[in-house]
Every structure is written in structure tokens, then in C-alpha cells.
Design a protein around this ligand. Structure first.
Ligand code: UDX
Length: 443
């Protein structure tokens, strides 16, 4: 059955979810307080890089199934289901998440609800938030108990956001045991097409649903830091972390995914989520349970220092004045997101050490310039590498993976490359006369 749904927040999560819901056949109203963003989305323009999303948004803006507005009353009047997809960034100077935007949605929407409605939270929130918001909705909504809040965490990855929205590997719904139980029935209708494909649907309580999301991200972050810690051991023993990861990854209990050693994790989710999770555990009096996540964070940040040290070694110990090409600014390929980006952080550290840094990224340069304006940005690989004494591959874009070492040799001043993502073929570069340094291999 086709429903009318609203999606509050039109960032990576909200915009993708809105387009995904339209693709599933629903009529969708995307809401945001940012007028400029709403104007662009209404024209079918996506303010960030996400493969496949502009096409999907244009398709459904044109079909009339998807529209955007800043007016929350439209959503309150028309929609059967309201999704919350606003951000929960890290608070300045603290580890905890900033709940301002989520709270604002409830404070704006709930008093305007005049019909039985279901609110499904998707944002990543500290455990306990959904119960608090459910009570707040009951307090504020004129329709009282006919307004129900449940939590439906989102697991999408940037770069695969459309695919992950339309074909998630599981759906999780946390319901308020005190409610009438309409949320589950409504969620089943919203996701009918996805569920018909046999997608696992786990219905649980609010706290478990909130924790599923942060635990999943904490596990992924831990897996990456685990392999990066092992990479440190490989570096002092001459072992090869990639071969090691292949070997342990064949054990199905371990699995090969997320064992990519390199510059570590970044982005708008994993770093802030593991910090907010620790902060919340501390508030709950069980901070010790997540002490290991502090170590996960530290291993991760240490990798950025490591490449700076390697670059210094490559140029004879003194970075001051050394020409360094940094290839990549985005936190991962197929994204223009530079939030907590290991690539941009490493570039900044090299700059602070006095190096003459040239950064090139095929998509993220504008965002990078906005947050790190002092760095010098090149508009091509050739320009960044011209006269470089060392090259640091910091994001594994295809353009970098496919570089021909013979061709790049013609651009640089010295054939030295640091493969910060273990994404090049070491032998090919060594055969072309390069000094090659990997992460946890060919140290
Ligand atoms: C992540 C989760 O995967 C997703 O489920 C959640 O909803 C949001 O957070 P995302 O931030 O888009 O998604 O990126 P992801 O692909 O998970 O990568 C995170 C970071 O880990 C990137 O910086 C990536 O380069 C790094 N990474 C990933 C590694 O360093 N090694 C790996 O083996 C895998």
C-alpha cells in the first residue's frame, strides 16, 4: 500500500531515505530548516556527492512523488509516518552527541499532530533517547496516545547509500512497550517491498534498537583498529598485514571485511559514535565497559602520526620545506565527505610540520578547502605530484589505484610513495624504481 511519509533532515541520511521511500512507492515530503538546501533539492540537485542519488531524487521530484519543504506543518497534516533523519554530531569539546536537532524535530512536529501518527527515529542516538522522546511526544501531541514513537536505526554507508536503503541487510525496529503497537504494523507497510524479499526484520525494545546501531559501529571501528594495531607489530617484524588479514579472514568467525589496514577510519559516523557511546556509558555508570573503545580511537589516530613520520623519513628527516603530494582528502573513496577524514588530518599534520603540501581529491576539494583553508589544493593528479619528493596515497580512489608508476615517475622529483591505504601493487611500483612504503607491510 502506498503511504504518505515525511522525512525530517535532508543530509546524507535524510535525503537518501526520502528518495528511497519514494522509490518504494510512497509519497514523500522531505523537511529541513535549511532553506537553501530545500530549494536545491526541489530542483533535483543534491548538495553532496553520493553515487546514484541525484538520479533517484530527480526521478521522483519529476514524478511528483517527492517534494521538499521547510514547513513542518505540511508533514504533520499529510503524513502517516514521520522519519527523523537529522544529524547527531559530536558536541564541541566533548565526546557526547549533540541532540539539539533531534529534540527540535519532536518539539516542532509533536504539537502539530492532529491525526494518528507514527514517528520512526533513524538518527544514531545515545541509548535512552527514544524512551525520553516517546514520553515527550505523548506530552506534546494533541492526539495523545495516538501518536507513537519507535526507533528504526539506519546502517547505510556513504557511497552505497541508495543500495543500502533499498536493499538493507536487516531492518531493526525498537518499539515502546507502553504503546498501542501501531508502529510495527506501520513499519511493515512502509517496508513491505523490502520485507517481501525476505530481509530479516528484528522487532525489539527501544533501548536494544538504539544499542544495535552504536554496537555495530563500535564493532566495525574495533575491527579496523585491531588490524591497524597488528599492522604496527608487522612494521617492526617485517611481517605483511595484508597476507595476515587474508589468512585470518578465511576463518568465517572472523571474516575478511573491515580488516583493511591503513590510515584508519574517519567520516561522520564511526569516530563520533564510538566517542558518544563511551560518554553515554560513563553517564550510566558503566564507563569501564567501553574503556577499550578509547584504545580503538587511539590506535586509529596513531596511524595518522605514523604516515607523517614515514614522510619525514622519506625526505631525510626534515619535513620543513619538503614537497609532499597528498592524494585524497575524503575519508573514503566515492564520497566528498571530509568529516574526521584521516587523509585531510594527515595533510594538516604535514603542513604543520612545515612541508609544502599539495592536496588533490577528485570530489572532496571544495569541502576540504572549507574546513582546511590553509592547505594548497591541486586540480589534478599531475599538478599535485609535480616536483613532489614523496607521494602519500591517503584515500583509495580508483584514479589513484590505477596510477601507472612509470607515468607518475615523470612528474615527481623523487620516486617515493607511501601507500596509506595499501591500495597499490607494491611490486609494480618497486619494479618501476620506486621506494614503496605500505601500512603494516613493505614498511
Ligand atoms: C559507517 C558504517 O559502515 C555504516 O553501517 C553506518 O551506518 C555509518 O558508519 P561510513 O561512515 O559510510 O559507514 O563508512 P565505512 O564504509 O564504514 O568506512 C568507515 C571508515 O573506515 C572509512 O574511513 C574507511 O576508509 C575505513 N575503513 C573501512 C578502513 O580503514 N579499513 C577497512 O577495512 C574498512
Amino acid at each position: 500500500m502506498s503511504l504518505t511519509v515525511s522525512v525530517f533532515g535532508t543530509g546524507y541520511l535524510g535525503a537518501t531515505h526520502a528518495a528511497g521511500m519514494a522509490e518504494l512507492g510512497h509519497t514523500v515530503i522531505g523537511i529541513d530548516v535549511d532553506e537553501a538546501k530545500i530549494a536545491r533539492l526541489s530542483r533535483g540537485e543534491v548538495p553532496f556527492f553520493e553515487p546514484g542519488l541525484p538520479e533517484l531524487i530527480r526521478k521522483h521530484v519529476d514524478s511528483g512523488r517527492l517534494r521538499f519543504t521547510t514547513d513542518a506543518s505540511v508533514a504533520a497534516a499529510e503524513a502517516d509516518v514521520h522519519f527523523i533523519g537529522v544529524g547527531t554530531p559530536q558536541r564541541k569539546g566533548e565526546n557526547a552527541a549533540d541532540m539539539r536537532f533531534v529534540d527540535a524535530v519532536i518539539e516542532t512536529l509533536a504539537p502539530q499532530l492532529t491525526r494518528p501518527s507514527v514517528i520512526l527515529g533513524k538518527s544514531t542516538v545515545p541509548v535512552g533517547t527514544a524512551a525520553r522522546l516517546a514520553a515527550r511526544v505523548r506530552e506534546l501531541a494533541p492526539v495523545g496516545a495516538d501518536a507513537e514513537l519507535a526507533w528504526n536505526p539506519e546502517f547505510l554507508r556513504e557511497g552505497f547509500a541508495v543500495e543500502d536503503t533499498l536493499r538493507p541487510d536487516r531492518l531493526v525496529l525498537g518499539v515502546d512497550k507502553a504503546s498501542a503497537g501501531r508502529a510495527e504494523a506501520m513499519a511493515r507497510e512502509v517496508y513491505a517491498q523490502v520485507l517481501d524479499r525476505g530481509t530479516p526484520f528484528l522487532v525489539t525494545d527501544l533501548a536494544t534498537a538504539e544499542l544495535v546501531k552504536v554496537s555495530a559501529n563500535a564493532f566495525l571501528a574495533t575491527k579496523i583498529s585491531f588490524i591497524n594495531a597488528i599492522a604496527e607489530i608487522c612494521e617492526v617484524t617485517g611481517a605483511d598485514v595484508k597476507e595476515l588479514a587474508d589468512a585470518i579472514g578465511y576463518d568465517e568467525r572472523i571474516g575478511r571485511k573491515f580488516l583493511g589496514a591503513g590510515l584508519g577510519f574517519g567520516g561522520g559516523c564511526l569516530p563520533k559514535d564510538i566517542r558518544a557511546f563511551q560518554a553515554r556509558a560513563g553517564e550510566l555508570g558503566v564507563g569501564h565497559s567501553l574503556n577499550f573503545l578509547r584504545e580503538v580511537d587511539e590506535v586509529n589516530l596513531r596511524r595518522r602520526e605514523h604516515v607523517v613520520g614515514l614522510a619525514a623519513k622519506c625526505v631525510g628527516g626534515v619535513l620543513h620545506g619538503a614537497k609532499v603530494a597528498v592524494l585524497g582528502a575524503a575519508f573514503k573513496p566515492n564520497s566528498d565527505d571530509v568529516r574526521d577524514s584521516p587523509a585531510l588530518d594527515a595533510a594538516g599534520k604535514l603542513y604543520l610540520a612545515g612541508a609544502d603540501v599539495r592536496v588533490y581529491d577528485p570530489e572532496a576539494a571544495d569541502n576540504a578547502r572549507a574546513v582546511s583553508p590553509k592547505l594548497t589544493y591541486s586540480s589534478s593528479l599531475e599538478e599535485a605530484c609535480a616536483g613532489a619528493e614523496v607521494i602519500l596515497v591517503a584515500t583509495e580512489w580508483n584514479e589513484f589505484k590505477q596510477m601507472d608508476p612509470e607515468v607518475v615517475a615523470g612528474m615527481v622529483a623523487a620516486r617515493k610513495v607511501i601507500d596509506g591505504r595499501n591500495c597499490l601493487d607494491p611490486q609494480r611500483w618497486i619494479d618501476a624504481g620506486w621506494e614503496y612504503h605500505g601500512m603494516g607491510r613493505f614498511a
